[in-house]
Write a protein that binds this ligand. Structure first.
Ligand code: 13P
Ligand code: SF4
Length: 359
């Protein structure tokens, strides 16, 4: 039962003491989050993983790309454990390394050698990957002069890229790329989508030639469900409502909202409200429900009336957390995530560039 699992996790954690640190993403269910030593957005958790050199193991309650990133940034010899190996991210899976390499070759056909700067010292294209991508993709980016971003620093990272290149290739999330570039003043007609499946309609050579940001076709299946109609309904039913959404939502939704930001920006906006306020939030339901429980002075609800969970985040069941911790108590490391050196070295270059421009 839930109580038994809770007691097993508490007992295993007590037996392990400082040897283990549990990190939890904001989208984790309450029965998991209550055991986490640190709870945060993907950027905060990456930084936390870097700052725990004394722990033998980091148990990462989140999704696969986050655990990979923790392995890249954690101390050598430290084990990063993902309680359920099936906890992936459908968006991260939308950028496959072979497709990205193919895209890069096509862009080289169009723009000429991609490692040769022009008279102004700018490269033809700088690759930028959202944190929500495999370590292999981060490695590709590191090898090709690019950088990683998260939803909390995408704008600063794009500024870094535009200081070095004529164009940006942004993957996997088209919405974060479009929303961020639009806020920076890039016109929509200079943001074509590169589509690996030309049968579904790709961008013309002319569009790509004039591009400022070449978007990938990926999206988050949770955030793309939010709609402008939901925002209009919330405004009609709750005059004065404040609408905050994640930048993985489609552009019309971000435009219709009062604010858009990472999971931590959403959390802070609510925490900092001094007057009782009604908030309609466009992000994953576990975070929305936790914020509602923590702030009874406010009215907080999810924009999507049909509950909107991230099914892969939800795969971190407390049963798996109990099991991985108990195995550690018994001296066994299970579900370890390790990135091979050949990928890890360039991937770290791309992450370090992000950490240098957004400390
Ligand atoms: P944050 O970077 O805001 O934590 O978002 C991660 C994520 O997976 C959003 O869907
Ligand atoms: Fe991936 Fe979306 Fe889930 Fe975030 S909410 S982990 S982007 S599927």
């Amino acid at each position: 039962s839930e109580d038994e699992l809770h007691a097993r996790i508490v007992a295993a954690k007590a037996a392990l003491g400082d040897r283990v640190v549990i990190l939890g993403h904001f989208y984790q269910r309450e029965e998991v989050v209550r055991h986490a030593d640190y709870v945060g957005d993907s950027f905060q958790l990456a930084k936390a993983a870097q700052a725990l050199p004394d722990a033998e193991a980091i148990v990462f309650c989140g999704v696969h790309f986050m655990a990979e990133t923790a392995d890249l940034l954690s101390a050598p010899g430290q084990a990063v454990i993902l309680p359920n190996l099936a906890a992936g991210c459908s968006m991260a899976d939308m950028a496959d390394i072979d497709q990205v390499e193919e895209c890069w070759e096509q862009l080289a056909d169009l723009y000429g050698p991609l490692d040769v700067p022009d008279a102004d010292g700018l490269l033809p294209v700088i690759p930028v990957t959202y944190m929500n991508s495999s370590a292999a993709i981060k490695g590709f980016v590191g090898r090709n002069g690019g950088i990683v971003c998260t939803s909390s620093n995408a704008r600063t990272v794009l500024e870094w890229a535009f200081a070095r290149g004529r164009r940006v290739l942004f993957f996997p999330d088209q919405h974060l790329g479009r929303n961020t570039a639009k806020a920076m003043g890039v016109p929509l007609d200079r943001m074509p989508i590169w589509n690996p499946n030309r049968a579904l309609g790709g961008s013309s050579a002319a569009e790509l030639d004039d591009a400022r940001v070449i978007l990938w076709h990926g999206f988050c299946s949770v955030h793309r469900r939010f709609t402008v109609e939901q925002i209009e309904k919330a405004r009609a039913e709750h005059p004065g409502v404040k609408v905050i959404v994640h930048p993985e939502c489609p552009m019309p939704v971000v435009d219709a909202a009062d604010e858009a930001g990472s999971t931590d920006v959403i959390r802070r906006a609510i925490e900092e409200a001094t007057e009782p306020t009604t908030f309609a939030v466009g992000t994953e339901i576990n975070l929305v429900q936790r914020l509602a429980a923590q702030h009874p002075q406010h009215t907080i609800f999810c924009l999507d009336p049909v509950v909107c969970p991230c099914s892969t985040m939800y795969r971190i069941h407390p049963g798996y957390l109990a099991w991985t911790l108990e195995e550690l108590v018994a001296g066994r490391v299970v579900n370890r995530i390790t990135v091979p050196d050949s990928v890890a070295d360039p991937a770290r270059v791309a992450l370090d560039r992000m950490l240098a421009c957004v400390p």
